[in-house]
Design a protein around this ligand. Sequence first.
Ligand SMILES: Nc1ncnc2c1ncn2[C@@H]1O[C@H](COP(=O)(O)OP(=O)(O)OP(=O)(O)O)[C@@H](O)[C@H]1O
Length: 245
Amino acid sequence: MIAPAIHMAGSLHAGGRCLIEAFDLTLPAGRWSALLGASGVGKTSLLRLIAALPCAARLDGRITAQDNAAIAPRVAMMAQDDQLLPWATARDNVTICARLRGERPQPDRAAALLADVGLAGHETRKPSQLSAGQRQRVALARTLYEDRAIVLLDEPFSALDAMTRHTMQDLAAGLLSGRTVVLITHDPAEAIRLADSAWIVTRTGVDPCPLPPTAPPRAPEAATTLTAQAALLQRMRLHLASEAA
Ligand SMILES: Nc1ncnc2c1ncn2[C@@H]1O[C@H](COP(=O)(O)OP(=O)(O)OP(=O)(O)O)[C@@H](O)[C@H]1O
């Protein structure tokens, strides 16, 4: 499986206004890239454009893979909302994309992934019988089941309690090692913990953020992690202040 770098450049527009004036972003091959930035700046739109999904925003520019092959067929995307089918069990939701493609589902693999995300014994529950955090973990298992080279994660751990989030971050870091992963997060601690590269998306472009020299996933209690978190938070504050001015 080749996990390519992805290059995006141009300007982003929606509803007759410019969201991002000009940006040039290379998401490194086989690494985790984090995108942070104010609500509404266009982060989800960038992910949807990479995945070639319908999007209210328009990119004047281009998105290419390093190997020039098509991107969309190699993408698994975990959206902000869990997008689970209400009438299907957790296990059937994990295999839904494969079944829609006409592939034979692998229920044992789905059950194993559900166990990985801490949902052993919940395989036959419907989404309405699960908590928001449990539903988010089913959506994570569905994304992992896809086993794609490019994985787009839009606030994947936002509904989880702190301890479960920590466990799921480690799990995703392990299972998605070597994939080109793009993570949208509002949490500087999560970006510092997981990312190989990070950018703050703003109206004027994308601002690269320094990260500790250690490899992710980084220990949350390490001094370098905490210092980098504080610096990133401060940088986000400065961007917010300058956008408001
Ligand atoms: N149908 C639409 N018509 C016009 N503008 C839209 C439409 N849908 C979304 N937008 C605008 O597109 C912009 C980008 O939305 P997007 O969801 O990409 O932002 P985001 O940075 O991911 O936000 P958040 O962090 O809140 O998820 C927003 O400012 C939003 O108002």
